[in-house]
Design a protein around this ligand. Structure first.
Ligand code: SF4
Ligand code: SF4
Length: 196
């Protein structure tokens, strides 16, 4: 379990440095209105990854509401969230937590802040790279790219061999016919964000 960072105490929040437009910026990016959250913490109770993150999901909402921009964009929670929607199902206000976290990830990448979990971002990029090339994921290529980046060839060897023996890893990728349509997804957006 990571060290609990907790929200800064009242004495440490400098009211002159708060970005109170952050809530509307997140809503514009993700379409999620976090002002409906009344901090019942049901989302934190239901999140399988809560123990590994630095802030529970409702606290990330609080960071944004307080305008603590860097704390929100640089926390590990936004990268460790797998978008499983367990919390959203339990949320009495129906807040799309996965969409909210995705909005924060987009802004974190766009603003080139310190990424709390760079391995996770790199893994996302490796997955997207194979989708751009083949139209669908190629697990072996994803693993090799990730391993080469980390220069870590043997830590998961047993798992890799087991997957291979069960036919879960294919040497050659299978390509879809409409690859051109898939590649359009990777066209840079007007704001400069490229999803790869
Ligand atoms: S469950 Fe919904 S309302 Fe409750 S703290 Fe989480 S996001 Fe907010
Ligand atoms: S969507 Fe994210 S925050 Fe919500 S339960 Fe799943 S991992 Fe946790």
């Amino acid at each position: 379990m990571k060290a609990d960072r907790h929200l800064p105490s009242k004495e440490l929040i400098n009211l002159n440095h708060l970005n109170l437009d952050f809530v509307s910026e997140i809503e514009k990016t993700s379409g999620v209105n976090i002002n409906k959250c009344y901090h019942c913490k049901s989302c934190a109770g239901g999140c399988h990854f809560y123990q590994t993150t630095d802030y529970p999901p409702n606290s990330v909402i609080r960071l944004v509401q307080l305008g603590l921009r860097n704390e929100a964009l640089e926390c590990s929670t936004i990268w460790l969230c797998v978008g499983c929607h367990t919390c959203s199902i339990q949320c009495p206000m129906g807040i799309d937590m996965a969409g909210f976290m995705d909005g924060l990830r987009q802004i974190a990448i766009r603003e080139e802040v310190v990424i709390a979990e760079p391995d996770i971002l790199n893994f996302h990029r490796d997955v997207l790279h194979t989708i751009k090339r083949h139209g669908r994921t190629h697990k072996l290529e994803v693993m090799l790219r990730y391993k080469a980046r980390k220069w870590d060839w043997f830590s998961d060897l047993a798992v890799g061999l087991k997957m291979f023996s069960k036919g879960k890893l294919h040497l050659m990728p299978s390509k879809i016919k409409a690859i051109g349509e898939i590649r359009k997804i990777f066209t840079p957006r007007p704001d400069g964000v490229i999803y790869e």
